[in-house]
Design a protein around this ligand. Structure first.
Ligand SMILES: [Zn+2]
Length: 307
């Protein structure tokens, strides 16, 4: 698709390329990609090592966001492990779909022997991330715990999928690194997009704590009625202790809203309740009766010597 090759590009051309398209693909990153391409080609001629033709060529789309998307797509295509021909019986009979899936020191795309490449010239160590200044060697070819050299393991879907028995050569490794960076940028854009957030909420993933106050429906009470609020609070409180106060709500059947509120003070019930309060309870009456009877019997007894 791309007849251009970064390895052939001169400095001015690279600079021009970095000024267009994908913002995240900087001049330095392009220089590194181009240098890697050229260095690997040198190695091919010097050492007779088979090296890849990555041929990544950045998109020149005027919209930087679209350009990045195109670059990501192109990177995925270029980093996909090489498949066997569909006419190759190995692919079908033995299920060996991928061509370079046997040695962790081989590039899964082009089958180049990364172990002998490293012995000749460790390009992984020369290509650095311009933000962190870490080399590909430090980032991908070292065991994070022991610090010992360890081949990067490629996956069959590039960033996801099954782990293969294979790796990426420096050039593909660099492209993989750039791809990861672009995708991180892409994710940041997506996260900040309110539409994505809505989609995630729809899927049932709630990432945001919604303040309770915004869930509670606004009270439709007109402002000038506010001064009656303490009055209603008193009514509510008292209606619990007496049946003489009733707060009646009339729910409008068509709107289901409380359109009419009535307060009923029932004097008869107040009076009944007051009378009941003054009337002693059955238990009290019984006690009084008992006391009366006791007093009577005391009075009937002859009082000896007192008074
Ligand atoms: Zn490769």
């Amino acid at each position: 698709m791309n007849q251009y090759n970064l390895g052939d590009a001169n400095t001015a051309h690279l600079y021009a390329l970095s000024q267009q398209g994908n913002n995240a693909l900087t001049h330095q990153a392009l220089m590194q990609q181009a240098t890697a391409q050229a260095a690997m080609r040198d190695m091919e001629t010097e050492k007779n090592i088979q090296v890849p033709k990555v041929n990544f060529y950045p998109s020149r789309h005027p919209d930087p966001h679209k350009a990045r998307k195109k670059d990501i797509k192109q990177a995925y295509k270029l980093l996909a492990p090489a498949k066997r021909s569909i006419f190759n019986p190995l692919r079908w009979a033995l299920g060996r779909k991928y061509r370079y899936d046997k040695q962790t020191s081989m590039c899964v795309v082009d089958g180049c022997d990364c172990a002998s490449l490293i012995q000749h010239d460790n390009l992984y160590n020369k290509i650095r991330d311009e933000d962190t200044n870490q080399s590909l060697w430090e980032l991908y070819w070292q065991n994070p715990i022991s610090g010992q050299p360890e081949a990067f393991i490629a996956k069959d879907k590039v960033t996801t999928g099954r782990k293969m028995r294979g790796t990426y050569c420096p050039e593909h490794m660099h492209l993989y690194h750039l791809l990861c960076k672009w995708e991180t940028e892409e994710d940041k854009v997506k996260e900040s997009n309110p539409k994505t957030l809505r989609d995630r909420v729809k899927k049932g993933v709630s990432l945001v704590t919604v303040p309770v106050s915004s869930i509670v429906k606004k009270d439709p009470t007109p402002a000038f009625l506010e001064k009656y609020e303490p009055f209603f609070a008193e009514l509510e409180k008292d209606s619990r202790s007496t049946n003489g106060i009733n707060i009646l709500h009339y729910k409008n059947p068509s709107t289901n809203l409380n359109d009419v509120t009535m307060i009923v003070f029932d004097l008869r019930i107040f009076q009944e309740e007051l009378a009941a309060m003054n009337q002693p309870t059955a238990a009290f009456q019984q006690m009084m009766m008992g006391q009366l009877a006791q007093q009577k019997s005391l009075e009937e007894q002859p009082l000896g010597g007192v008074e």
